[in-house]
Design a protein around this ligand. Structure first.
Ligand SMILES: C[S@@+](CC[C@H](N)C(=O)[O-])C[C@H]1O[C@@H](n2cnc3c(N)ncnc32)[C@H](O)[C@@H]1O
Length: 230
């Protein structure tokens, strides 16, 4: 049947996973990056430690670190039991060898986020906001990322929401990258063709890139959209 979740959960991946999901080069990591729906991912904290800067937006950032920690604890058992039940839907290899290892990796990334959160929030690196309306002026960023939010939650969010969210990402950044293109149950998002057609019709530069990262079986493609053909 595949993984199912009643709601969009706070669950965080590491900087290394972001780099591999989005094909982020050393040059990309020096650009102005906006992470949309970054939740408790360790991406922002680690990039910041290494001299880069990312701004992350997520509705959960209106809570404090203790409140987010509690939400992560509640989510942990739900997500882990879904993964255990649907083990064959995931790729187990050296990167993530077992369900236990997955739990350790995710918790380490989320602890990294929690330790950085209050400081990062006061520096403006974590901003409480949500798609499809971002509190930024146009073209403030070079790249806007969406990891494990758009397309993944296609049963929770409409096609129009996806379109408006990506248009907004492309208003504030020159380029949008979205991963994965499949849903929680591993099936392709029914909205992909609709989104692709819209941006191709409007002369955006649209590319589906195969990436090296694959944990959800079949989730190894990233959508890259650039404003205007160049
Ligand atoms: C599964 S988590 C993914 C976290 C992170 N991007 C990662 O890949 O590790 C999905 C995140 O989307 C956030 N979210 C829910 N609704 C949102 C919205 N309208 N705009 C932006 N983020 C949203 C949730 O709060 C949650 O943190």
């Amino acid at each position: 049947m595949g993984c199912t979740l009643n709601e969009i959960v706070p669950w965080g991946r590491s900087n290394d996973e972001y780099v591999r999901m989005f094909n982020l080069t050393t040059a990309d990591l020096q650009r102005r990056i906006l992470g949309c729906g970054d939740g408790p991912a360790g991406f922002n904290a680690e990039l910041n430690r290494h001299g880069g800067t990312a701004v992350s937006i997520d509705p959960i950032y209106r809570f404090n670190a203790d409140q987010i920690r509690r939400r992560i604890s509640e989510t942990y058992a739900v997500v882990m039991s879904q993964v255990e039940k649907n083990k064959s839907d995931y790729v187990w290899n050296n990167a993530i060898a077992s369900v236990e290892k997955l739990g350790e990796l995710r918790m380490a990334a989320m602890q990294d986020f929690l330790a950085d959160f209050e400081n990062g929030k006061s520096q403006g690196r974590y901003i409480a906001a949500e798609l499809p309306a971002l509190p930024f002026e146009s073209d403030l960023f070079d790249i806007a990322l969406s990891s494990h939010f758009l397309f993944l939650y296609s049963t929770h969010l409409s096609a129009e929401f996806h379109l408006h969210a990506i248009q907004e990402m492309l208003r504030v950044a020159r380029e949008a990258r979205i991963f994965p293109l499949i849903m929680l149950d591993g099936k392709p998002s029914p909205y992909l063709a609709f989104v692709l057609n819209h941006f191709i019709r409007n002369e955006y530069d649209v590319e589906i890139c195969r990436v090296e990262y694959e944990f959800q079986r079949g989730g190894n493609e990233m959508l890259k959209i650039k404003a205007g053909k160049q």
